[in-house]
Design a protein around this ligand. Sequence first.
Ligand SMILES: [Zn+2]
Length: 604
Amino acid sequence: MTSHNLNIKKALNLSEYPQMRSGLILGFVLLTFIFSGCSEQSTQSDAIEQTKPVSEKTISIKTEKSVTERLQSKDFQTVYEDISIPNLKKHIQYLSSDEMAGREPASKGDRMTAEYLIEAFKKLGLKPGNGDSYLQKVELLAINSKVSQNLKIADIEFNASENYVASTRQKQPLRTLTDSELVFVGYGINAPEYGWNDYQGLDVTGKTVVILVNDPGYATGHSDLFAGNTLTYYGRWTYKYEEAARQGAKAAIIIHETAPASYGWSVIKNGWTGTQYHLPRNENSGPVVDVEMWINIEKTKELFSKAGLDFAAEKTKAQVKGFKAVKLGLTASVQVSSTFKQSGSNNIIATFPGSEAADEHIIYMAHVDHLGQDTSLEEDQIYNGAHDNASGSAGILEIARAYSHLKNRPERSITFIGAAAEEQGTLGSKYFADNPTMSLSKIVGLINMDSINIKGRKKDVSVKGFGKSELEDVLKIAAAFQNRILIPEAHPERGYYYRSDHFSLAKKGVPGLSAGGGTVPLNDIEAEIDQRIGERVAKCYHQLCDEYSEDWGWYGAKEDLQLYLATGYILATSKQWPNWYQGTEFRALRDNMMAEDLLAEPSH
Ligand SMILES: [Zn+2]
């Protein structure tokens, strides 16, 4: 990732270029129309009562006239209504069957999943999305790191797993830190758009930085600092290590505190020991520090008092703009030894070339992998992952089928990506983001489906990372066609936006949507489904019981797929380039990307 720099944009006066028009410049007109034609005949043979979409409804919405006309066209409405619950069921049942053994990356089930998707894409007339192939190979590197010499800072007692963890992303059998100088860099954030740089005037080359988790907005609750209570990417632990590496640090220590991390020490302990999957590093990979560590809060307090400082007081100072990093006058030593295993999976990429601007893409993405199986278990050993994410994989197949039946192919290309190894750290989508099959500046927007809504029909649409990009303006129009409104996700402080595949592209500047489901059931019938399935979804997340069931809220799933279809269709038949909202963390990246694109193609 390059540094944020807007000079190119300024120099070019980009507002003259159509691609760079910020905002969806829509001519809003008020019009009333009949949104008619529900032809879905339920083939559900069981007695589950659900609320079918009504056959005719009158909606008056305020929207762009041409968008309305496009969505109202018989061509679009026919495929919109044709999103099929029986098809969805068939795909999910197959993909989550025991035969697939939990779709672990590089397993037989993983290959069978790819075959199934490719077969379906071919039948629907989609073209290969990676040259003449539907596959993009994703090499995976399994690293098993162990502490071979315990962390040593002054005379403090450290115990691996108990009060600190240490690992490496480097393919090196030994990584040794010897008397590396410790510097407390506060939140360890360099964010020009928030006027914040904890590394200002600081050289941490070869040193070990000590970093607070989350960001000053969350810590203070001040809405004018970062995004207030909503977690920004600067608050994620992944960012902390990345920025430390960009600054030249040799190692980084993140201070664990349960509230700002949003999880307890046990998650650190389990997550940072044992095998970790990574993409093998190459010339496209950003820098990484030699050793990544977390320490718990008790040891942190001890460390600060050894340095003659009060942790709470230093933390408060770090929450104020203009904070200056503090040399702790202590050094750290630790040694990590690692073993490696290489394997491989595939992203599946298929496309409907656009009729006019085939180089411009709308992307639908869903991860195809899940956790595999655990042969040490007595009875059920298979993590079927029916909801997570056979449902999303089935979703892209059904949306692809809808596009395949359009009489008029949209102007822009529609591209589907079945992403590999998401559960191992969104690795397939990261690989795609580093090795895209089209220029990232030609991706108009991305819609990610990681576990579609099975909790019944809703009056609203929950948006992860609400308030990030103008894609939400498009989603809002599509939602209005369903008489739904957009709402922010329930827990913005947990940073769910940064935890699935769309984020791999967002991090490069490509706007992505992760939205679906909602909080207000359509009626009493849907409320019962919400209650019953909601409990199960919460209980079965990443558990053996995430299995296919006939009693899911299928009409909610259908309605959300229709929402994604309409959102993508508006984009695919438009000339607009939705950007990140001004002041959000990925805006500068997108602006720079588009500016570089214009430098490369001045006539565009
Ligand atoms: Zn998932």
